[in-house]
Design a protein. Structure first.
Length: 320
């Protein structure tokens, strides 16, 4: 079993890692981190994890690795606190989560726009289009004379397209690893999951095109669907609960408890585990996303479960 490490020590390791890679570290900083790592066995293990993360960065193209730390340590829009939060979550994660995080595509680290776990960000594009970027998301923006393209690398975004001021027509396209969603004057959301991309349309229409599929499909207002790299799922009526995250809520309608916990977990750093004995409990109600502790308390008050935690970053939902 991998020994646990105090989250505060892991946070300090993240702080030292950013400082040493910022380009502004002094000889005294290097001596100080050597002294810090020698303070205890946990300090030494935390620094080993930090160096492993650094090794992964050095394994990718130099420009990407360099840009990653430049963004983390200097970018005013990201900020040092958020930078440390990102690294700290990776360092804190247990072995399985740690290995999964190390496999993330490194272009997501250096995306044009990125939100931390639990963060949402509003953005206005040069053409007037409005974006609401959801938790744990990363995207690149590529506007040219021929098209307006959003490359959604991970997560979810809600888009309200504006009339393009360009004198020549430029389609608005959201590209994911599974294909594209082309806006037809619309308000819609796109979410990237492991196996598919989901599209929900509240106004206008969206044309979905799988990456390797011959068939496209147009969704109209009040409809939703999903597509993988080769096929599109059947159209369904829009589930308005799919967009309540815009108001900071998740509305559960006869939802399995483990599915609700997984959804809440998108807005909370760390790991939440749901015991098999309570996983199939059916839940209905509205739960705040900006205060997941309140959501967990509500579940504990209304269901035969106990919510326990070793730290804020490790929560277990178990039978009462």
């Amino acid at each position: 079993m991998t020994p646990s490490i105090d989250p505060q020590i892991l946070g300090e390791a993240a702080d030292w890692l950013v400082q040493l890679q910022s380009g502004m570290a002094t000889a005294e900083d290097h001596r100080a981190v050597q002294h810090w790592r020698a303070r205890s066995a946990q300090h030494a293990m935390a620094w080993e994890r930090a160096e492993a993360l650094l090794g992964d960065l050095r394994a990718v193209p130099g420009a990407v690795a360099s840009d990653t730390f430049q963004r983390l340590s200097r970018n005013a829009r990201i900020g040092r606190r958020q930078a440390l939060h990102r690294l700290g979550v990776f360092l804190l994660a247990g072995p399985a989560v740690w290995l999964a995080c190390r496999e993330l595509p490194w272009q997501q680290w250096s995306a044009d726009q990125r939100t931390a776990i639990g963060e949402q960000k509003r953005l206005t594009l040069p053409d007037g289009t409005q974006l609401l970027i959801n938790t744990g998301s990363a995207l690149n923006i590529a506007f040219t004379a021929q098209e307006r393209r959003i490359k959604l690398l991970e997560g979810e975004v809600l888009i309200s397209t504006a009339q393009d001021p360009s004198p020549s027509y430029r389609p608005f396209i959201v590209q994911t690893r599974h294909g594209t969603a082309r806006a037809l004057g619309t308000r819609f959301s796109v979410r990237v999951d492991a196996e598919q991309s989901r599209v929900a349309v509240s106004e206008g229409g969206v044309q979905m095109q799988p990456l390797n599929g011959d068939r496209s499909l147009v969704l109209k207002a009040g409809e939703q669907s999903a597509f993988g790299t080769t096929a599109i799922q059947a159209i369904e009526p829009l589930d308005t609960a799919a967009l309540t995250w815009e108001q900071g809520m998740i509305v559960a309608k006869s939802m399995r408890l483990d599915d609700l916990i997984a959804e809440l977990g998108r807005y909370r750093p760390g790991v939440m585990r749901c015991h098999d004995e309570v996983a199939k409990l059916v839940v209905s109600g509205a739960f705040p996303l900006r205060d997941t502790d309140a959501s967990l308390r509500l579940l504990q008050d209304t269901l035969p479960i106990n919510v326990s935690s070793l730290t804020r970053y490790w929560v277990a939902i178990e039978p009462r």
